[in-house]
Design a protein around this ligand. Structure first.
Ligand SMILES: Cc1cc2nc3c(=O)[nH]c(=O)nc-3n(C[C@H](O)[C@H](O)[C@H](O)COP(=O)(O)OP(=O)(O)OC[C@H]3O[C@@H](n4cnc5c(N)ncnc54)[C@H](O)[C@@H]3O)c2cc1C
Length: 471
């Protein structure tokens, strides 16, 4: 019990259901460590620093000091082990290729024991296999398999921790950003949001989750990707709520279906980690190898820029891209529509989209973002097939029927009557005039015509299939 243990916090900035912390607290004195090693100026990194500040305060309130260092983790951990004369290092696995490489280096050079835990997932990635002992490639089968498994219970907050309490470290400086208006970091905030969603909103999830103008999803993704809440806690609290509801028989059907849909969505995250573990090349190569020969267009900088800035002339696409620019978030349905527009209408490689999202998403998560882009591009295992091309106007009419979302993010279109809001290009001149819009000046003409783009994409896909047959 007299051991000194370093708990290395990474994307797990919490104390509830933190297996590494829980075991360290049982085994000895805990030195909480965070290593800042990001050089890229991304929104996710901005949020991480807010989360670190909140976490530092949370620990301070418990009489603990978070040791914050900057630099190469492999080197820093060795230095901190020496400085504290530590006996062991505990932390949670990460699953990206870079993290795994770093992990191996650490295992090679550390002179003290290391204990690692699967703290940020429901199940250990790589352990859910089909009857042939092969990884699942289809989500529904993966979901059914996982749903039938007992998921381990979350760890409680350790009852008593012998924390390190020393000189406070400084959190690296963050730029002043408009993001401040949209985000509040911290484990308490994450738990509060989750429980409020579970009690007041989850019933509507099934019906409204695809409508970006309705506040019907959990908005937990940034808390999950920075580990301010654990998926196991969410899983068990949702299942417990289901049991209570079924006993009370109140609103049973809607609640059950809706909660099940929500849990399924959470398992997409798990599926992403599963894929990243088995197929690490997913981060930059198509999972369906035939797509290596796909004829992507050389990105036209003007078109790419119009997409990034939300100036394509398709309101739902533009609203999504502006929401992303302004807030660092985009609704899931709109991520699909904007992603599809980039890869299918503009035929620009999905890696361009993946890179832009990874820079702007506050909830950026390597596994989810990569799987999302492979899904959108039709290059993943269980993706939307390439030939299914979203019509951005029809998607807008279907999922933003009253225009709430478009009007929020495209103020220049606010005065357009609803029947023209989803595609101003088709509005009569006098309607545009009445709404104070000159197309090409206040709002762009479409940068590409939908029917033309659709046919070009399908032809390019046919070409790929022809080449495949010839090989
Ligand atoms: C092109 C593209 C890129 C994406 N990039 C990311 C990303 O970088 N980080 C990220 O967390 N999600 C990503 N997603 C998935 C999804 O859009 C977001 O998780 C979701 O919009 C977050 O909002 P929410 O928390 O309200 O979701 P809810 O609908 O409330 O879902 C609850 C949680 O389940 C998980 N989840 C839900 N849908 C998915 C999904 N399709 N794939 C994986 N996990 C899911 C998330 O952790 C989410 O917070 C991406 C999707 C696409 C199509």
């Amino acid at each position: 019990m007299n051991k000194t243990i370093i708990v290395w916090f990474k994307d797990d900035l919490r104390i509830l259901d933190h297996p590494a912390l829980y075991h360290a607290a049982m085994d000895g004195k805990v030195i909480p460590l965070y290593i800042h090693n990001e050089t890229e100026d991304t929104n996710s990194e901005w949020y991480r620093l807010q989360a670190i500040t909140a976490f530092q305060q949370q620990l301070q309130d418990k009489g603990a000091t978070l040791v914050i260092k900057q630099g190469n983790p492999v080197q820093i951990i060795q230095e901190v082990v020496q400085a504290f004369n530590a006996d062991a290092v505990y932390y949670h696995y990460q699953y990206g290729p870079e993290s795994r490489k770093q992990d191996e280096q650490l295992m090679d050079c550390l002179s003290v024991p290391v204990r690692r835990f699967h703290g940020n997932v429901l199940t250990e990635p790589g352990t859910i296999l089909n009857k042939q002992q092969k990884p699942y490639k289809v989500f529904t089968s993966f979901w059914k398999s996982l749903r039938s498994l007992p998921i381990a219970k979350p760890y409680p907050v350790p009852h008593k921790v012998d924390w390190y309490n020393g000189k406070a470290s400084t959190v690296p400086h963050t730029k002043n950003s408009q993001l401040n208006m949209y985000w509040q970091a911290g484990e308490q905030q994450a738990l509060y949001k989750w429980r409020r969603f579970l009690h007041d909103q989850i019933d509507d999830y099934q019906e409204y989750r695809d409508f970006p103008g309705v506040d019907a999803t959990s908005r937990l993704s940034h808390h999950l990707s920075h580990g301010e809440i654990s998926p196991k806690l969410i899983w068990h609290e949702a299942k417990d709520a289901l049991e209570i509801t079924s006993i009370e028989n109140r609103l049973q059907h809607t609640m059950e279906e809706s909660t099940e849909t929500f849990l399924k969505q959470l398992v997409w995250r798990e599926f992403a980690y599963h894929q990243l573990t088995f197929f690490p090349h997913i981060i930059d190569q198509p999972l369906q190898t035939k797509f290596q020969a796909f004829q992507w267009q050389k990105p036209d900088p003007m078109l790419l820029e119009s997409w990034k800035k939300g100036l394509t002339g398709y309101p739902l696409v533009d609203a999504g891209m502006r929401q992303l620019l302004e807030t660092g978030y985009m609704h899931n349905r709109v991520r699909m529509v904007t992603g599809s527009f980039l890869v299918k209408h503009l035929l620009i490689h999905w890696l361009e989209g993946q890179a832009w999202f990874s820079r702007l998403l506050v909830d950026h998560d390597l596994a989810n973002n990569t799987m999302g882009w492979q899904w959108v591009a039709g290059t993943g295992f269980d993706s939307s097939p390439f030939f299914r091309i979203f019509n951005p106007v029809k998607q807008a009419e279907k999922f933003d029927p009253d225009g709430t979302y478009i009007q929020k993010w495209l103020p220049e279109l606010r005065d357009l009557p609803i029947e023209h809001l989803h595609f101003p290009q088709k509005a009569p001149e006098e309607v545009l005039q009445d709404a104070g819009i000159t197309l090409g000046k206040d709002y762009p003409h479409p940068i590409i015509e939908h029917q033309y783009a659709r046919e070009r994409a399908l032809e390019t896909f046919q070409q790929l299939k022809k080449e495949e047959r010839n090989h």
